[in-house]
Design a protein around this ligand. Sequence first.
Ligand code: F6P
Length: 209
Amino acid sequence: KRVVYLTRHGQSEYNKLKKIGGNPGLTDLGTAYARWLGESFVRREGIDSTPSRLWTSSMRRTIETARYLPHPLLELSSGRSWHQMQHRVYRNLDELFAGDYEGMTYDQIMAENPDEGGLRKFDKLGYRYPRGESYLDLIARIDPLITELESYEEPLLVVSHQATLRVVYAYLTRTLRADAPKIDLPLHTVIKLEWDEGAASTPAETRYR
Ligand code: F6P
């Protein structure tokens, strides 16, 4: 069985203000989620007692969300030791870069440039923010990580962002990429995807919150 857990970071200062992008820290609510994840969820799932992997983006809000996850050194029967959970920071997992519109709300963007919102609605997958990224750009930068992910045997927890996780989720569940930008991924929810090694079936999905 392969197991991948996907979660967005806890609520950030920008989520509260409905601003996009930036590199804000967590609110108190977001920190409470980080505690639940690190102190209760991984224990309940038993991934605090087996070698497992953790990926975060390079942004403050995902690193803060991973802060309470267990990290003792495990001695394996093979004589090797393994940091629990083995953590990698990937810039490829950073949130969709909104270019000139970083730090603005959707309402401010619409007020400043009404055409822009319309364009994005028309083609959310291909729409590229001025001096920023599109979902197609995200797919390209996340692609190498999928190969990496597929080579793992250990459970993997990915703490990332709304747009990037939509892309990862779409890959793993074989969702059409045109539908990826619309996938519902609420805050403070862990999605567990499980599938049999080598099976071409769609993974079983459970959501915890
Ligand atoms: O609002 C949070 C956020 O992560 C933004 O930083 C990002 O631009 C957005 O979600 C992506 O979602 P959508 O593509 O639906 O705007």
